[in-house]
Design a protein around this ligand. Structure first.
Ligand code: NI
Length: 394
């Protein structure tokens, strides 16, 4: 079969997988599982993969790796990634596939990712004789704050992989449009915590207490000032401190204050420098007010997601048949696919799912987030075309 025909065949088969993919997406959507609790999801995925001839392994606890050796001894190994976890969000959509688990929801579209990669798994298995190497599927748990990708890497599952591709449905991009970009695409993401301990007391007698809210207010302001004073204006930085926990009573000086926030950049050196500055500011303000303090991370830091430039050229060429492909906007959002691109040449794509007519406009992680299901076949086609064409490269 000629390459041209096989490409057509992949696109045709992807379109035919649409019904299966929607059904699976709705099933995962109804039964969301948050980070490292994805037992049901993983079992469904693993059962299908085994049926379709994949060798399977568990990864990072509740993740599943599927390997299909297609042909050509010593050929390349290409990895395709999808995250499978949901969020602690109470769904507010009135849809037949609404989450049946209270307080949990697939509010980032990882249900669609899982279903699309399953669709691609079946397609690749059906056409395996035409593929020229090994396909490794990575159904990864714990993307949302769990750094599941880091665990998958640390367990060595991707040591032999030549390239990795991932897709995220994206509500800022019109439905059916594919987007990617060379170099940095998504920001690093840190979650830090400051604790300032003083001495509580009555609000009427502050001189008898040692009020930790005084340094807390200074630290809050000083951190924001770092953005304009310590970073090159051509390097985007976000510092947000949305959690400030102090006293429960207007007349009670608390014993301690806890501040949690996030730092986002596209530059690992800048990130390291700002982390040190934040720590030193927190310590010194606390000390200046006679308090003690601690500064640390409460979760694993995510590096910036940096796409391999030549792979982005490859992607743009390989997916012409299912375009349009546009340049993605950089986003301060974080994504743990970034761990993969630090170790392996990789490219991350957005698949647009925004559809104003269907009122699919709500942002990721919103209780009304939804996905325009009509374009999910494109994700299947993209995964399969990227694997097929990458393995064809010599
Ligand atoms: Ni996500």
């Amino acid at each position: 079969m000629s390459e041209y025909n096989l490409e057509d065949k992949i696109v045709e088969s992807a379109k035919k997988s649409q019904e299966f993919v929607v059904e699976k997406r709705r099933d995962f959507h109804r039964h969301p599982e948050v980070k490292f609790e994805e037992k049901r999801t993983a079992e469904i995925v693993e059962t299908f993969l085994k049926d379709w001839g994949y060798e399977t392994k568990r990864a990072a606890g509740t993740g599943v790796i599927g390997v299909l050796e297609c042909g050509g001894v010593g050929g390349r190994i290409v990895a395709l990634g999808a995250d499978i976890d949901a969020l602690n969000v109470e769904e507010e959509n009135d849809v037949p596939y609404k989450s049946v688990i209270s307080g949990k929801m697939h509010a980032c579209g990882h249900d669609a990712h899982t279903a699309m990669l399953l669709g691609a798994a079946k397609l690749i298995s059906d056409l395996r004789d035409s593929f020229n190497g090994t396909v490794k599927l990575v159904f990864q748990p714990g993307e949302e704050g769990g750094a599941g990708a880091k665990k998958v890497l640390e367990e060595g599952h991707l040591d032999d992989v030549d390239a990795i591709f991932g897709i995220h449905v994206w509500v800022e991009v019109p439905s059916g449009v594919l987007a990617t970009r060379k170099g940095p695409m998504m920001a690093s993401s840190d979650g830090f915590e400051i604790r300032i301990a003083g001495k509580g007391g009555h609000a009427a007698h502050p001189h008898l207490a040692n009020d930790p809210t005084a340094p807390a207010a200074d630290i809050y302001n000083a951190f924001h000032k770092l953005v304009s004073r310590a970073a090159n204006p051509f390097s985007p930085v976000v510092i947000t401190l949305p959690m400030v926990k102090a006293s429960d009573g207007y007349n009670v000086i608390p014993e301690s204050v806890e501040i949690r926030g996030t730092l986002r950049t596209f530059d690992s050196n800048l990130r390291d420098r700002l982390m040190k500055r934040m720590q030193s500011i927190a310590e010194r303000y606390a000390e200046g007010w006679g308090c003690s303090s601690s500064f640390g991370l409460f979760r694993a830091p995510y590096p910036p997601l940096v796409n391999d430039s030549s792979l982005v050229d490859f992607v743009t060429e390989a997916l012409q048949a299912i375009g349009p492909i546009v340049e993605a906007e950089m986003t301060m959002g974080g994504e743990d696919f970034a761990f993969y691109t630090q170790k392996i040449p990789g490219a991350f794509l957005q698949l647009g799912i925004r559809n104003e007519e269907k009122n699919i406009v709500f942002p990721h992680h919103h209780p009304k987030f939804d996905v325009d299901e009509d374009v999910l076949w494109k994700g299947v086609a993209a995964y399969a075309l990227l694997a097929y064409k990458y393995l064809q490269l010599s």
